[in-house]
Design a protein around this ligand. Structure first.
Ligand code: FAD
Length: 449
C-alpha cells in the first residue's frame, strides 16, 4: 500500500478493523456492474482496510487519523449505489457506517435517525406511531438513510413528495469533518443539501433529521393494458389526481414483464402493466380511473417483511435487476422527462429507439409539477452507441443523469458540482481525502488549480 496502514492500525486500537484482502476487496464494490463501462473501469479498485465504528466518537477518531496520515477515507453503507459511489478509487480506509443505527428521537412528522440505520428497520419502528419515511429507494430492505441522502435521489413516495432535492425533504444533517481535529457540524434546512447526493465527499454524515408522512395502509395493485401508452397515460392521470393517496405509479412495458419471476402470474402475456401503491381508502376512485382502459390483475396489502418480495422491487432500478438476473447483456439510462410535454416526449423516445430501449417510467413530482423519470432498459452494444443514445435524448429535451460515469460532475444533469457543495468541501475536507475522484472539480486547499 501507498499508505502507512500499520501506523493507522495503532491509531485506531479498540475500533473494529478488517484487513483481510479478500473481504476488503469484496466490500469495496457496489452495484456499478450494471454498467458495462464502469464494470471494466472499477473492477480492481479496493480499499486497504475497513474500519467499523460503533458510534460517532469512533468516527471522529478515524477521521482524525486519516487526516493526520493523509489516508483517503470512503464511507460505505449498504453498498447498493449504482455508479461505484462507494468504491474507493485511491484505496485507503473504507468506513463502514452501518454500526450507527437507531432513531434518536421522534416528534409528529419528524425523526432524527442515525445515518447507518437501515430504511426498512426505520419504517418498521416508525409505523407503530402512525408515521413512515416520506420516500425510499426500491433498495429499502438493505439501503441506509445516510446512503440514500448521500447517494440517492428519490423513489417510492416521490410521486407525492418529489425527490430528496425538494426543499423540506431533508431537515438537518450532522456531519463529521476530515481534519486533524475533526469538527462536528449541524447543517439545517437549505444547508443540509450540501451533503445530498455528494457521494460522501462533503463530510461523514452521522445523523439525519428527516420529515415523515402518514403511514397509510398501502395496497399493491397491478393493472394490465393493451398498449404501453395506455398504461402510461392512465398512470399520468392517477399521478395528477391529488385526492388519490399514492406512493408508487409505474408503467412497465410488456417486453419487460416476462423477466419478472414470481410476478409473471399477474402479468398477462403481451400486456403492459401499471404497478401502483395506493392507500386503501383511495382504491375506489383509483379503480374508476384505471378501469377505463385497464384490468386489475393483482391487489393485496403491501408487504416487505422477510420472505416476501415487495411489489416495489419490480420498479425503479429493480426493473433492471429483474432483467439482469437472467440476461447480463443489457444496461440502463436515467432520464427526466419534460413536464410540459410529457406524453408526447415519452411517445417520441419509444418511437425513436424501438426495441433497443425498453420503457418503464416512474411518475414523480419535480419542482411542483407532475412528470416522469425513467430508468429504461438499454440493449447494450458499444460505448459509442450508448453516448449517441444519451445525446439523442438530450437533443429531444429529456435530461440524462449518466449512470456510466464515476464523478459527480459527469453524472449530474448540469455536468458540474453544485457550487455550494464544492465550496463546502474546502471547509470540511481541505486535503480532499473523502472519497477522492468523485468530486472531480475539487482541488485540495493550497494546491494550484
Ligand atoms: P451506499 O451505496 O453504501 O453509499 C452511497 C453513497 O453515499 C456513497 O458515495 C457513500 O460513500 C455515501 N455514503 C453512504 N453513507 C454515508 C454517510 N453516512 N456519510 C457520508 N457519505 C455516505 N436510488 C434511488 O435514489 N432510488 C431508487 O429507487 C433506487 N433504486 C435502486 C435499485 C437497485 C436494484 C439498486 C442496485 C440501486 C438503486 N438505487 C436507487 C441506488 C441506491 O440503492 C440508493 O441510492 C441507496 O439509498 C444507497 O444507500 P446505501 O446505504 O446502499 O449507500
Amino acid at each position: 500500500s501507498r499508505y502507512d496502514i500499520a501506523a493507522l492500525k495503532e491509531d485506531l486500537a479498540g475500533i473494529a478493523l478488517i484487513d483481510e484482502a479478500q473481504v476488503v476487496r469484496k466490500r469495496s464494490r457496489d452495484f456499478f456492474w450494471y454498467s458495462p463501462i464502469l464494470n471494466q473501469q472499477l473492477a480492481d479498485k479496493s480499499a486497504d482496510i475497513i474500519a467499523m465504528p460503533r458510534d460517532e466518537a469512533e468516527v471522529v477518531r478515524i477521521a482524525a487519523a486519516c487526516a493526520r496520515r493523509r489516508i483517503p477515507l470512503t464511507v460505505r453503507a449498504a453498498g447498493t449505489g449504482n455508479y461505484g459511489q462507494a468504491v474507493p478509487l485511491e484505496g485507503g480506509v473504507l468506513l463502514d457506517i452501518t454500526g450507527l443505527t437507531g432513531i434518536e428521537w421522534q416528534k409528529p412528522g419528524i425523526a432524527r435517525i442515525a445515518a447507518g440505520a437501515r430504511m426498512l428497520d426505520v419504517d418498521i419502528a416508525l409505523r407503530e406511531t402512525g408515521f413512515e419515511q416520506r420516500m425510499h429507494p426500491s433498495t429499502k430492505r438493505s439501503a441506509t438513510v445516510g446512503g440514500f441522502v448521500a447517494g440517492g435521489s428519490g423513489g417510492v413516495g416521490s410521486v407525492t413528495y418529489g425527490g430528496l432535492r425538494e426543499p423540506g425533504n431533508i431537515l438537518a444533517a450532522r456531519v463529521v469533518t476530515v481534519e486533524e481535529e475533526p469538527r462536528i457540524l449541524e447543517l439545517r434546512d437549505d444547508a443540509a443539501q450540501k451533503v445530498n447526493r455528494a457521494y460522501g465527499t462533503t463530510g461523514i454524515i452521522t445523523a439525519l433529521e428527516m420529515p415523515l408522512a402518514p403511514a397509510w395502509p398501502w395496497i399493491d395493485v397491478i393493472v394490465a393494458f393493451d398498449s404501453y401508452m395506455d398504461a402510461f397515460e392512465t398512470g399520468y392521470e392517477v399521478a395528477l389526481a391529488d385526492g388519490i393517496v399514492k406512493k408508487l405509479v409505474t408503467p412497465i412495458s410488456s417486453v419487460i414483464t416476462p423477466y419478472f419471476g414470481a410476478l409473471k402470474a399477474h402479468c398477462p402475456e403481451g400486456k403492459s402493466i401499471l404497478i401502483c401503491m395506493i392507500a386503501e381508502g383511495s382504491l375506489g376512485p383509483f379503480k374508476a380511473i384505471v378501469g377505463k382502459r385497464g384490468t386489475v390483475t393483482y391487489e393485496s396489502p403491501s408487504e416487505e417483511g422477510p420472505g416476501t418480495v415487495p411489489l416495489y422491487e419490480y420498479t425503479w432500478n429493480h426493473t433492471t435487476l429483474q432483467w439482469l438476473k437472467s440476461d447480463r447483456s443489457i444496461t440502463y439510462l436515467q432520464c427526466l422527462f419534460p413536464h410540459d410535454r410529457l406524453v408526447e416526449s415519452a411517445r417520441e423516445t419509444i418511437a425513436a429507439f424501438g426495441d433497443e430501449l425498453l420503457p418503464h417510467h416512474e411518475f414523480i413530482r419535480f419542482g411542483g409539477k407532475v412528470t416522469a423519470s425513467a430508468l429504461p432498459i438499454l440493449r447494450y452494444s458499444t460505448p459509442e452507441r450508448l453516448n449517441e443514445v444519451i445525446a439523442q435524448h438530450e437533443a429531444a429535451g429529456v435530461f440524462i443523469a449518466n449512470p456510466h460515469v464515476v464523478s459527480l460532475e459527469d453524472g449530474s444533469r448540469h455536468k458540474r458540482a453544485e457550487a455550494d457543495q464544492l465550496g463546502f468541501k474546502r471547509e470540511v475536507d481541505p486535503q480532499g481525502l473523502l472519497n477522492p475522484g468523485k468530486m472531480a472539480s475539487f482541488v485540495p486547499v493550497g494546491q494550484p488549480k
